[in-house]
Design a binder for this molecule. Structure first.
Ligand SMILES: [Ca+2]
Length: 251
């Protein structure tokens, strides 16, 4: 290859890589608290001073109300063993809990954690959040489904792209002040997504959080984002992570 051509290719690669990194900021930790290291965290949200968390695995899928300061579980519900629990969202006094492959979501009373309804949907269920009008569902692909909460009918679909390229394996979701934040399965970055275009507005690199986990922990995928809108606080954790972190919203 002529030297000039090789240099041009190298320069283009460096510029592309710099452009990619420019949208990424590290997660700045404000504080941390205990988190159940046996929790295969799927859904996480904050409501009225408490965390609501769902866990997965057949026979071990739970919905919990958790004290964010101590990690203590104040109330808990279980799913029958044939269901694999997934993401969680709240609308007013109701919690909506997805399952992975059963095509079924369960509706719980947020105060009593009693089962009060069911919804059907097609395909897989991974993450779920509520933007004030609609539910947003991820299913492990690059495309989020916007749902009518009353019947889970699809209102529209939004493909998520970063620098023009689709990003798949979208997982846990959180609606934060006009943006959709998303975990990516087996990636330590949070994506901040424009709900209208699906464009990634920026990324938060949370890989540094692992350094604060005990060396002997069985920490798996980074997963779980919860937003306390009253106090503008963001909480994150992961599957089997023994710590919950509060991070700065605007790194
Ligand atoms: Ca969430």
């Amino acid at each position: 290859m002529p030297r000039l051509l090789a240099l041009s290719i190298l320069l283009a690669a460096v510029l592309a890589s710099t452009a990619c990194r420019a949208d990424t900021a590290p997660a700045n930790v404000i504080s941390s608290a205990p988190h159940d290291a046996a929790a295969f965290t799927q859904g996480l949200l904050f409501h009225d001073g408490m965390l609501y968390e769902t866990t997965g695995k057949h026979g071990r899928s739970t919905l919990r109300r958790v004290d964010p300061a101590t990690g203590n579980i104040h109330a808990q519900q279980r799913l029958p063993a044939r269901y694999f629990g997934e993401g969680l969202a709240r609308i007013d006094d109701k919690l909506y809990w997805l399952t992975w492959k059963a095509g079924e979501a369960f509706v719980f009373d947020a105060a009593s954690l009693e089962l009060i309804g069911r919804r059907r949907y097609t395909g897989e269920g991974w993450g779920l959040t509520y933007d004030g009008a609609h539910l947003w569902l991820s299913d492990g692909t690059d495309t989020l489904r916007v749902l009518d909460p009353s019947d889970f009918g699809v209102v529209r679909r939004v493909q998520v792209r970063r620098n023009g390229r689709p990003v798949d394996r979208l997982n846990e979701l959180e609606y934060i002040d006009g943006e959709i934040w998303a975990n990516v399965w087996f990636d330590d970055h949070i994506l901040r997504i424009d709900p209208d275009s699906g464009a990634v507005l920026g990324r938060i690199d949370a890989s540094g959080l692992r350094e604060a986990l005990p060396g002997d922990s069985n920490a798996e995928a980074f997963n779980g984002i919860a937003y306390d809108s009253d106090n503008d606080r963001v909480y994150v954790t992961g599957k089997y992570w023994p710590r919950l972190f509060e991070i700065e919203r605007s790194p």
